[in-house]
Design a protein around this ligand. Structure first.
Ligand code: THU
Length: 127
């Protein structure tokens, strides 16, 4: 299995999702080939929940990483789980048009570019 998908599946095991019970894992590969993983972390207020993708990106950013190649997102769903709108914005601003690999527990995968999922992003170029 693709090591990035394996890392996303492993991170999913750590998901803190007592409210939705929907566990998600993400793993992002940086320009040096290092992998940074994350899981969703829910909150009793619901609104403070953070998605797996943002946890992975922010972990990498906090380690000084600024260049990324691709991200894998894993959940237990036949219809593969795409990143939410907020995560698409964060991915665009920190990673640009990276490759996005969606995966489930059966090993099904689909690959997209971020631009396909988020065709007209707002970013610093508009400021
Ligand atoms: N979630 C993610 O972590 N990533 C996604 O791409 C979609 C949604 C989480 C947020 C929440 O904890 C749960 O899945 C249900 O929305």
């Amino acid at each position: 299995m693709n090591p990035l998908v394996s890392a996303a599946l492993a991170a999913r095991e750590n998901a803190f999702a007592p409210f939705s019970k929907f566990k998600v894992g993400a793993a992002i590969e940086d320009a040096e080939g290092r992998i940074h993983s994350g899981c969703n972390v829910e909150n009793a207020t619901y609104g403070l929940t953070v998605c797996a993708e943002r946890v992975a990106v922010y972990k990498a950013i906090s380690e000084g990483v600024r260049r990324f190649r691709r991200i894998a997102i894993a959940a237990d769903a036949d219809a593969l789980t795409p990143p939410c709108g907020a995560c698409r914005q964060i991915l665009w601003e920190f990673c640009g048009d990276i490759e996005i690999i969606l995966a489930n527990l059966q090993g099904k995968t689909e690959t997209y570019s971020l631009k396909e999922l988020f065709p007209k992003p707002f970013d610093v170029s508009y400021l």
